[in-house]
Design a protein around this ligand. Structure first.
Ligand code: FES
Length: 146
């Protein structure tokens, strides 16, 4: 039921972890299942994504899509990274079962939230990027302090 690529990225996810002093961080949650994903971007002075890492507290499909999404955005400019939609990630993974498609949305939302954070910190505007609806970064940070 899962493609070989999904199984590969699920059992051997790429780019798991954190980036200290990341250029942008985005944390999003899936209201349907309560799963959470955090994405870290390291972006150079030419707006190219040097590195990308993620942490997901979620299902296998969410892990596989975030893993593939990090691979797809690495080396891209922030503007090019806007084209890494959940559709693009799904295509790169050879699809997901229909009931799991909502899981793939987390990766796109997390990338957008991290790009938004980067844009805010640097006073930039990224074409087509809107304020993330579900960035839960701040709440989470507070939780972690206790
Ligand atoms: Fe929650 Fe897949 S079931 S992200």
């Amino acid at each position: 039921m899962y493609s070989e690529k999904v199984m590969d990225h699920f059992t051997n996810p790429r780019n798991v972890g954190e980036i200290e002093e990341a250029s942008g961080v985005g944390t999003v949650g899936n209201a349907k299942c309560g799963d959470i994903m955090r994405m870290y971007l390291d972006i150079d002075e030419n707006h190219v994504i040097r590195d990308c890492k993620f942490k997901t507290f979620g299902c296998g499909a969410a892990v596989a899509t975030s893993s593939m999404a990090t691979e797809l955005v690495k080396g891209k400019t922030v503007q090019e990274a806007m084209k890494v939609t959940n559709k693009a990630v799904l295509e790169a993974l050879d699809g997901l079962p229909p009931v799991k498609v909502h899981c793939s949305l987390l990766a796109e939302e997390a990338i957008h939230a991290a790009l938004w954070d980067y844009a805010q910190k640097n006073g930039l505007e990224i074409e087509g990027l809107e304020k993330p609806k579900s960035d839960i970064h701040e709440d989470e940070e507070e939780d972690e302090e206790y």
